[in-house]
Each structure stands twice: as C-alpha cells, then as structure tokens.
Design a binder for this molecule. Structure first.
Ligand code: C2E
Ligand code: CA
Ligand code: CA
Length: 568
C-alpha cells in the first residue's frame, strides 16, 4: 500500500479468553463508514481510507503524497481551508458542514490535531440531509401557493427592519369576496385568484418593497419610503390591480375587490405586533366601504377594536345573563288595522357598553361565527313565547326572524332550526325567515338547498331591504321567495321625490306580478301609508303603527287587550 500512516493509532480489542490479537488502526479505519484521511502539517495527504476514496471519487495511489488544495483547488479559501488551518494553528478540534461544488457534495467534517503533528479528518456525505433541510427552509419561509414570503418571513423582515430603526409602512391587503367566490365556483377559483393577485403584487417587489402572503386571503406589503411617492398613491396602485376582472379556469370572469389598511413605523407603532395589528385594524375599516378602498390607521381604531373585543367576548358568553333580549315589531294591515305579522328584532343592553345597536353586534356575531348560537338562543326564546301565546291567546300570527348570509349557507344550523321547530311543535305556517338582499350571497347551492327545505316545510321566506341590493332580480329568480319587504329608503321619499315614487310603484308592481306578499318597511307618516295604499300595498311595518316593542309591551297592546275584548 503506498504511503504509510505517520501517526499510529492502535486500537485494542478488550482482552477475552478467546482473542488477544491486537487490531490495527488500519483495519478499523478501512472498515469505517465515515471517510477518514490524515494530513501532515503542510496539509498534504498521507493516508485516506476506502470510504474517503469513494467520497473523493479517486484512488488513494493518485492522491497520497499530494497537497489537499492541489487536489481540490476549489476548496482554497473555503470553510475547509479555514478550519484545517485553525485546527493546526490552535491545536483544537473543529467541526463544520460545507458544500464542495466540484463533487456536488455536502460534507460534515471533524478535524482533530494529532500529537505528533498533522490532522486526522473524519467526514461524511450529508447531501441528502442538507437538501431536505434546504427544502424545509424554503417551505418554512415561502408560501406554498403563491411563492411569496409567508407569515414567518414577513414577521422576521418586519422585526429586523424595526431593529435597524428603518422607516417603513405596512400595507395589509385583504381580498374581500373570496369566500363568496369559492362558494359560487369552487375552491380552485379562490386559489387561481390568489395566485394571480400574488403575481401582480410581486411586480411591486424591489429592494424597498417586500411582498408576502400573511394567511388565507391576506397579503402584506412592507414599503420603505421612496422619493416622489406617497403612501396614498402606492395604495391606489395596489387598488389598480383589482380594476380588471380575473379569468377563471372555466373561462368565467370574476371581479374582486380588496381592502387595504396602512400603518407606519415608527409613527403609528414601534413594535412588530402593534404595527401589524394596527394595519389590520385600518384594513377592517376599509372593509366597511363597498369595493376596493384603503384606510390609514388612526388611534381611535384602537378604541373601536377594544369595544369589538368586549362585544365578541359577550357574544361567546351566556347571552341571557348579559342583557340580551328581543323586541317585536308589528306588521299591520292598513285597511283593517289588524295585526298580520311580527318581526323579531334583537336588542342588547350590555353590562359594560350599554345598549348596542343590532347592526353592530350582529356584524360581530357574523364575523366571529357566534351568530349561530345567538340565533338559536333567540329561536328558543321566541318558540317558547309562541307556545305560551298559542296556549293563552290562540296566537296565530306569523313571526319573522332575521337570518344572515352565513346562516343561510349553514346546513347544521338549519338542521337545528328544524329540530327545534319539531321539538316545540311550531306550526311552520307561523314562521318566516327574512334574508337580506344586502348580503353578498346572490346564489350559492347550499343556500338554495336550505331555502328549498324551508319552503317544503311551509316556512315563509321574505326578502328584507328589497331594492337596496344589487341582485334584486337574481334573488327573485333563484330563491323560493314568498314575501318582499320594501326598504324604508323608498318609503321615506314618498311625497318628496317623484323619481323614487316611480321606482316604488314599479317595485310594488313587480312583487304583485310574481304573486309575492308585500310589506312596506319604515312607514312613519300618514302620507306614506296613503300613497302605499293607493298603490296596492297594504301591509306596513313602521313607527306610524309601532316601534319594536318589548315582549311585555307587545303582550299588553296586542294580546291582553284583544283577549279582554274577546271575553266580552
Ligand atoms: P331590519 O331587519 O331591516 O329591521 C328593521 C329595522 O328598522 C329595525 O332596526 C327597526 O327598529 C327599524 N325600523 C322599523 N320601523 C321603522 C321606522 O318607521 N323608522 C325607522 N327609522 N326605523 C324603523 P333595528 O332593530 O335597529 O335593527 C337593525 C337591523 O339589525 C335589522 O334591520 C336587522 O338587519 C338586524 N337585526 C336586528 N335583530 C336581528 C336578529 O335577531 N338577527 C339578525 N340576523 N339580524 C338582526
Ligand atoms: Ca328584517
Ligand atoms: Ca329591513
């Protein structure tokens, strides 16, 4: 064998009765699964084992006696070089992992100085491990769907910009109607949209602009100040992405919008958590505007957020004990002055916040999903009351309950609703659900399925706020509607605006032509009632007759009085 090891390592097997033969270092080294080589002080190879031959893709006779860096010139000035020199110079054992490109191999190396000079080097091929780790790192920092930086990476970048005290702004971009589009088409539609938007946003990225996907339908842009550009202009550029519609795989085109919230470091906040949450708060405000829009963070939003948290907490708790109750507003036939229906309207006298308006807490309930428990709670109370009135007053007037968009597409909710109707033995003729046209639901197969079930059971279905949405006709053609509630905004304009009066007349005509029942909402003045009656709309709900009444007030006015008169 060419070249004899200079350092002699002798391993002795434990002495046993059967074997006292020493095993030479060479035997051990040759059978090792690790690569091993010995270098002298000048870093010349004096020995390599069989595994090293394999890893170096060479034969020992052609390398032994030659300088390591003469054989592997690309390793000059690399970690290999640095560590070997150091191990020799400082007489310490060093360990490291480095990539050697000509062999396309990652080596994990341990270099130990030897007493008599030179280095013993142990090494192994860790390429597979390194590659998986690299993939994992990639997955750890990039969003799988869009290839943009992911949440972790955004947080890290934000943190390091704050550490460096660099001025920058956070744009929190939320795609508005993605759930609706997913319900309308399929999940691929949502993914296609996210990818397309990501592509557009990517075109903004530069040294001064970092783009990432935070979660689901939310993107983040971190923007350093640039001369000649203000934040509003940049927000408008982002809005510009949403001006053109997006083609889906099925060739259908969809228009989407985004809500953008902006918060600035260090002006608005000095910590990563606060900064990002402030941008999100601003985004929530932008969401209140229909279509794409942006909003800058303002400190008052913190107060609003705190209020919202209190509402959220209350909704998640025991509603009955926290001041939640309901009122009933009569629907009156203007010709006979008879009570022909009631609408249940929720109220909340919150222990800390006082009276909260229904649109405010209903929206929070809808966003957080507590609308299900709230509505089921309401139904329990109302059904109990209906049964009581049936027993005492021969109650036979239809009761309407408001349902939000998320409830309508929730089959579990409807299962419970129907179950409760059975349990309380509620006559379906006496129940109506109101669905608002303002909700973004236009058409979803689940909603249609649930509404058809209601219809089949004999439950009435009313469209609320009719005339204010965008999908009036599609509602009427898609859903089994039995009643139309004309919105207060039309009624209000009676006697004031002839154009609105004309629209109102045609809405009444439309409802009549499809044989729907009709109610005018928000009737406050006699003049309004007279106009409606003259135009063939006879049922009214409004302050002219009654405000929403507490149950006890309602009982006194409509049940106990009638009861007395019927007893006469
Ligand atoms: P809505 O369903 O359109 O209810 C009618 C609203 O108009 C009620 O407001 C009622 O008090 C008010 N109103 C009735 N007549 C008149 C009138 O002559 N003039 C004026 N100015 N207003 C009148 P409220 O009770 O504040 O409820 C607001 C909205 O909150 C409701 O609008 C409904 O969308 C929602 N809401 C209320 N309770 C519930 C509930 O239990 N569940 C759901 N999902 N939504 C509810
Ligand atoms: Ca309603
Ligand atoms: Ca309404």
């Amino acid at each position: 064998m060419p070249g004899t090891p200079k350092g002699v390592l002798v391993f002795h097997k434990p002495v046993t009765l059967h074997s006292t033969q020493p095993i030479t270092a060479e035997i051990v080294l040759e059978s090792m699964t690790e690569g091993f080589c010995l270098l002298d002080d000048a870093l010349q190879l004096i020995y390599i084992n069989e595994k090293a031959e394999e890893l170096f893709r060479t034969e020992r006779r052609s390398v032994v006696g030659r300088g390591l860096f003469e054989l592997f010139p690309e390793a000059m000035d690399s970690l290999f070089h640095h560590h070997y020199e150091r191990a020799l110079r400082e007489q310490v054992t060093t360990e490291f992992v480095d990539y050697y490109e000509p062999l396309d191999t990652w080596f994990q190396v341990k270099a130990s100085p030897m007493k008599k000079g030179g280095l013993a080097i142990f090494f192994q091929d860790v390429s597979e491990r390194q590659k998986t780790e690299a993939q994992l790192t990639e997955a750890a920092y990039y969003d799988y769907l869009t290839g943009l930086s992911n949440r972790r990476s955004i947080l890290q970048t934000t943190r390091s910009m704050i550490e460096r005290k660099e001025k920058f702004s956070v744009f929190h971009i939320s795609i508005d109607n993605l759930n609706f589009i997913n319900a309308l088409h399929n999940q691929h539609a949502g993914e296609t949209i996210m990818k397309k938007i990501a592509q557009e946003l990517k075109s903004f990225s530069s040294d001064s602009c970092h783009v990432g996907r935070m979660d689901g339908n939310e993107f983040i842009v971190l923007l350093k100040p640039r001369t000649g550009e203000n934040l509003a202009e940049f927000a408008e550029q982002i809005e510009g992405i949403f001006y053109t519609s997006i083609s889906l795989e099925n060739e259908k085109k969809v228009t989407i919008s985004a809500s953008i919230g902006i918060a600035c470091y260090p002006f608005d906040a000095e910590s990563t958590d606060e900064l990002l949450s402030f941008a999100e708060m601003a985004m929530s405000e932008a969401k209140n505007v229909h279509g794409s829009s942006y909003a800058f963070f303002r400190p008052v939003m913190k107060i609003q957020r705190a209020r919202k948290s209190i509402i959220e907490e209350g909704l998640a708790g025991e509603l009955k004990t926290t001041g939640f109750y309901y009122t009933m507003q009569p629907q009156i036939d203007g010709r006979s002055n008879e009570l022909v229906g009631v609408e249940v309207l929720s109220r909340w006298n919150h222990p800390e916040l006082g009276e909260i308006s229904p649109p405010e807490f209903i929206q929070v309930a809808e966003e957080t999903g507590t609308i299900v428990s709230l509505t089921l709670h309401l139904l329990t109370e109302v059904f109990t009351k209906i049964k009581e009135w049936e027993n005492h007053f021969e109650w036979n007037v239809r009761t309407a309950i408001n349902m939000t968009a998320s409830l309508l597409s929730n089959s579990d909710f409807f299962d419970q609703f129907f179950y409760m109707m059975d349990r309380y033995k509620i006559n379906p003729d006496l129940i109506e659900i109101e669905i608002t046209e303002q909700a973004e639901l236009t058409y979803s197969p689940k909603t249609l399925e649930n509404l058809l079930l209601c219809k089949a059971k004999g439950i009435s279905i009313a469209i609320d706020d009719f005339g204010t949405g965008f999908s009036m006709i599609s509602y009427l053609t898609h859903f089994p509607i039995t009643k139309i509630k004309i919105d207060r905004s039309f009624v209000q304009k009676i006697g004031q605006d002839t154009k609105s009066e004309a629209v109102l007349k045609s809405l009444i005509h439309l409802a009549r032509s499809i044989e729907c029942e009709l109610v005018a909402e928000g009737v406050e003045r006699n003049e309004e009632a007279a106009f409606l009656r003259a135009n063939d709309c006879d049922v009214y709900q409004g302050y002219l007759y009654d405000k929403p009444l507490k149950v006890i007030e309602f009982e006194q006015k409509y049940l106990l009085v009638e009861d007395k008169s019927s007893k006469k």
